[in-house]
Ligand binder design. Sequence first.
Ligand code: MYR
Length: 280
Amino acid sequence: MTTAVMTDSTAYIPAELIDQYNIHVVPLSVVFGSTSYREGIDITTEEFYQKVNEVNELPTTSQPSLGMLTAKLEALSHDYDAVISIHLSSGISGTYQAVATAGESVDGIDVYPYDSELSCMGQGFFVLEAAEMVQEEKAPEAIIERLNAVDQSIRAYFMVDDLSHLQRGGRLNGAQAILGSMLQVKPILHFVDKQIVPFEKIRTRKKALNRIMQMLRDDAAQGDELRVVFIHANNETGAAELKTSFEADYPGTDTMISYFGPVIGTHLGEGALGVCWYKK
Ligand code: MYR
């Protein structure tokens, strides 16, 4: 049995890993005015943040079309028997559902859609786990079982400089009642039941970051082998500082830096930072 691994562009997996594992990526898009740009194809992350700072109008985002997903799965059906397709949380995008729908209409390939219930490199961790197992020629069912185990330990916390982007895009839940007061603080955010909700209200950016790092350190102190990613929105230095400070206490941990690309950057805004980890 030959199995492909597919994901969407919001996993923001480094290009060398995409090549190394032959991961298939379907793009989401950012839309400025009437022009749509597929992230990673028509617009780079650097170009996106530059454009956001240049133009007055704020972008919106869109999921891949059903036609594009169907065509992609049909193409894969010529070379593979199965595809494990891992996507951003179905609570913030229709992408996962669209892949599931497209999969039902394509013959000749077993489509296993998987909802990461996260996004960005948190989603990417699921993809890398699947890709490593495909290289070991594991069956799709065994891979799904492993992804479910990853899901048990994965944690992701993030914070934004300005909550209005998330509010404008309608991707902030559970905070409506206290939103007015929250605009004055730097809440730590996380996913619950596939949706973004506030985790804790904290007054300053520094304190919020310290709190996230403390939760990471607490988990690392349990002695389990962790895989950790520090994620930034056009602030690589900030992410590198967090990585260095963590590695000083836990040298040898599998750590990496990733970024919030155009689609997620549209909803979080510049200056966002996130940390995600799971037990390997
Ligand atoms: C679409 O238009 O379908 C895409 C919508 C994307 C919403 C993104 C909301 C922010 C996600 C933050 C993820 C942080 C993970 C650490």
